[in-house]
Write a protein of this length. Structure first.
Length: 493
């Protein structure tokens, strides 16, 4: 009897313990108190050192200090604006006008603001919203389509002014921040690095005289960022955001900014005169590639070769000739066409620049006084309308130059009349992926010079090509419109 009572008591105790546990756990039915709730791990997995903390703080300080210096610009513009694709337009298009937005940078305490030309181009009204939520109506002071820079003005005082840095000191890999108003999202800050410098030939400015010498960055830039600031970690503005590389209309990896040194020189002229009186050398140029360097005796590909002189331009009045290679301007090495173009774009008409050129194996110094470009100036070369001469062989006399991948043929009198030349031979055909094709030579171009000698017939050119085996030859070619250029052509053994 006692044993039964004992086992009964033990059973009751066990049942009580189980029942108590059930009550405590509640099968999730009983909520814990707020004080008992613990979320996440007790500490961060990585303890930041002083350097990492300081690095992070730099971004925070720049965002805080520079953001008030960047404004939002809202414009109403005519719908025939050729740059309409730059605008972010969340509204239904209107028959004659549309609304768009961009960004701008305050560059003076009394209300001068720099932005992109494409932001305010053909605008019928311009409104500026400041970081402190004040709004102003702005007037366009001046625009420069060739650099995509514009200056506008609001009637205000004691505005926060951006510090404009030195874009020439930028390095690839340097951290930068983009500040603007993308997609109408005001005061947005993104970060990345400078991924390339001197980026050109993007055809963002639809003009042969357009200056494209962009800073390339992977800091996120979207429509609406145009005219905003690209800054370094000291808070200095080193570029004005202008465009993105995209096939979708939105950011896919790379943005482009106009170097601030160019912006400063253009902005000063726009404020002072309302336009830019830019000086020009008056040359058409292209970079020297490896084949051209070998053909003219340069130690390596460097400089830009002068393809043509603009009739009446500054260079045409000096001892400068087509085929000369510009190595330096004012002591600054030049290796790309846009490097020379962007440097000269900071100079006004009347400025004297020093050119170091390479000609016939020697480096020569020449001074050029820059001239303002007449709006109606032509860049076509002066045609040679001299004696058409006689045929230098039969039209059917085709010579194959297999080692360079092209065939050539003598010109008839009618051919010479059509091309307005007295000497030369026609490129009859081009071999796919041969040396000639790789250098951009095409069927229908005329070779007028080889190794700086006038070419009169196909046999003469063949002898010159054969003499250059294992090296390269410099050709001068011309199209039917009269445009000519120099081409370096490798000649395999």
């Amino acid at each position: 009897m006692k044993s039964k009572s004992l086992w009964g008591a033990i059973t009751l105790v066990i049942v009580g313990i189980v029942f108590g546990a059930v009550l405590v756990s509640g099968f999730g039915l009983v909520r814990p108190s707020l004080a008992d709730i613990k979320l996440g791990a007790p500490m961060a997995p990585v303890e930041l050192n002083a350097d990492a903390t300081s690095f992070s703080k730099a971004f925070i300080e720049v965002a805080k200090d520079v953001t008030p210096e960047v404004v939002q610009i809202t414009v109403v513009a005519k719908t025939d604006n050729p740059h309409g694709d730059f605008f972010f337009n969340p509204f239904q298009e209107l028959p004659k006008e549309e609304e768009g937005s961009g960004s701008g940078i305050i560059i003076s305490p009394d209300g001068y603001i720099v932005t992109n030309n494409h932001v305010v181009n053909k605008a019928t009204s311009v409104k500026v919203n400041l970081f402190d939520k004040r709004s102003f109506t702005a007037r366009v002071v001046g625009t420069d389509p060739l650099t995509d820079i514009a200056v506008i003005k609001i009637n205000a005082h004691d505005l926060p002014v951006a510090f404009l840095g030195d874009s020439d000191s930028l390095k690839v890999g340097q951290w930068v921040m983009a500040i603007g108003n993308p997609l109408a999202l005001t005061s947005t800050v993104t970060a990345g690095i400078v991924s390339a410098l001197g980026r050109g030939r993007l055809n963002l400015i639809n003009n042969s005289y357009g200056v494209e010498d962009f800073i390339q960055t992977d800091a996120v830039i979207n429509p609406g960022n145009s005219g905003g600031a690209l800054v370094d970690l000291s808070g200095a503005v080193i570029g004005v955001n202008a465009a993105i590389a995209t096939s979708t209309g939105s950011f896919i990896g790379y943005g482009f900014a106009i170097p601030i040194n160019l912006v400063k020189s253009v902005s000063k002229e726009l404020i002072a005169y309302g336009k830019v009186t830019r000086g020009y050398i008056g040359v058409q140029i292209q970079p020297v590639d490896d084949a051209t360097a070998k053909a003219i005796g340069l130690d390596k590909p460097r400089g830009v070769i002068i393809q043509e002189l603009v009739p009446g331009g500054a260079a045409s009045h000096e001892d400068i000739k087509p085929g000369d290679v510009i190595l330096k301007v004012d002591g600054k090495p030049i290796n790309e066409a846009n490097e020379l173009q962007s440097y000269i774009a900071t100079k006004t008409a009347g400025t004297v620049v020093d050119l170091t050129i390479f000609r016939n194996g020697k480096e020569l110094d020449r001074k050029v006084t820059l001239k303002e470009r007449a709006e109606d100036s032509k860049t076509e070369p002066v045609s040679d309308n001299g004696d058409q001469g006689s045929d230098n062989g039969s039209k059917s006399s085709v010579v194959n130059l297999d080692n360079v991948g092209m065939s050539i043929i003598n010109m008839t009198k009618q051919d010479k009349a059509d091309y307005k030349i007295s000497d030369g031979i026609l490129i009859n055909d081009i071999t796919m992926y041969g040396e000639a094709m790789n250098q951009g030579l095409q069927k229908g171009l005329v070779i007028t010079e080889a190794d700086r000698q006038p070419v009169k017939d196909v046999n003469q050119l063949k002898k010159i090509i054969d003499s250059k085996k294992g090296s390269a030859v410099l050709l001068k070619v011309q199209d039917k419109q009269g445009n000519s250029k120099f081409v370096g052509l490798d000649v395999p053994e």
